[in-house]
Ligand binder design. Structure first.
Ligand SMILES: [Zn+2]
Length: 329
């Protein structure tokens, strides 16, 4: 069973696994999910047990993941009766019907909004030991049906500030076109179904301000920047031309931007892995729309050629990753 959220004891907040990943890689935050306590997001259930009743994580620290990250029950995890997060454990066999390849293979919790301002966290001043005592002194009654309903609604991850979350929704549900057409996504003032908010790079002229994505052809490592070349081309007709012509598309990542990035190490690992990888890789970005530019030709600097290009401005809204389901589609 996958959890949409978990309660993080030291931050006294409910986090999605994407928040946890963001915190793990953030060099300005002292946070390591392997040392944190994550508990059931259902308040009544969590308060009925002490701090050692925890959940596990999957792909919380892996920079280059393929399978959907999530929180999960571990063998020692207990829930109160009626908790919506009770594992689908079959009592007879004691084997958890974890659905490792079915349940866990898709992101089911679609955020309806990507917030462009990063979430901030404040560490809880009290130590976990104090929390345990409080719980023991003041045991909560088992949850009632209305509590459960209430906390389930409260815990729905309606909004996120982590770009990887909507991207995982899109990638892992890519085959389910009807679902992607049904689920709405809002970024800034613009709302559209996931299916149309994610735009193939070759169709970037259709609309500005979307999440563009495409298969990477090559990544060039220059002195000042990295350049990501996309495999697909944009067909475009300039004013005085009779027919559309294909133009290359690329985005530039300034090395200065990366040097000052709070997740610098993880980002460099991601891009170095991408440069060395033989796997098909895809790039997703939001915030800029590549536009036609004339650049000097290397072979003949007096000549110029047209290319659709953009400089990435915010690395929080940029991802390179494997996405097996998207290959050759
Ligand atoms: Zn629970």
């Amino acid at each position: 069973m996958k959890f949409d959220l978990a309660y993080c004891l030291s931050l006294d907040a409910k986090l999605s696994i994407y928040d946890v990943r963001d915190l793990n890689f953030d060099e300005t935050m002292a946070f390591d999910s392997a040392k944190e306590h994550f508990q059931c997001p259902n308040d009544a259930c969590r308060l009925a047990f002490d701090a050692v009743n925890v959940l596990g994580t999957f792909n919380a620290k892996n920079v280059n993941y393929v399978r959907t990250p999530h929180f999960k029950n571990i063998p020692s995890t207990r829930h109160v009766e009626g908790c919506p997060y009770v594992s689908l454990r079959t009592p007879a066999s004691g084997v958890e019907v974890d659905g490792a390849e079915t349940d866990d293979s898709r992101e089911e919790h679609f955020p309806s909004e990507l917030l462009l301002t990063r979430r901030e966290y404040v560490r809880k001043p009290s130590s976990p030991a104090v929390v345990v005592d409080v719980v023991r002194d003041d045991p909560k009654p088992p949850s009632t049906a209305s509590d459960v309903e209430h906390s389930t609604r409260d815990s729905a991850p309606d909004k996120t500030s982590v770009f990887a979350h909507p991207v995982e929704c899109f990638v892992s549900n890519f085959e389910d076109k009807a679902l992607l057409k049904r689920m709405p996504l809002k970024i800034g003032e613009h709302t559209a179904p996931y299916a149309s908010f994610f735009k193939k790079i070759e169709y970037l002229q259709d609309n500005k301000g979307l999440i563009y994505w495409g298969k990477i052809k090559e990544i060039k490592d220059y002195t000042q920047s990295f350049r990501i070349d996309f495999e697909q081309k944009v067909w475009f007709k300039q004013g005085d031309e009779a027919k559309k012509k294909p133009y290359s598309v690329n985005v530039y990542l300034s090395k200065k931007l990366i040097e000052n990035y709070r997740k610098r190490k993880a980002f460099l690992e991601e891009i170095k892995h991408a440069i060395d990888s033989d796997a098909e890789l895809f790039c997703f970005f939001y915030g800029v729309t590549p536009e036609l530019q004339q650049v000097p030709s290397k072979k003949n600097p007096e000549q110029t050629f047209g290319v659709f290009s953009a400089d990435i401005e915010n690395l929080d809204h940029f991802i390179i990753r494997e996405a097996p389901g998207l290959a050759d589609k």
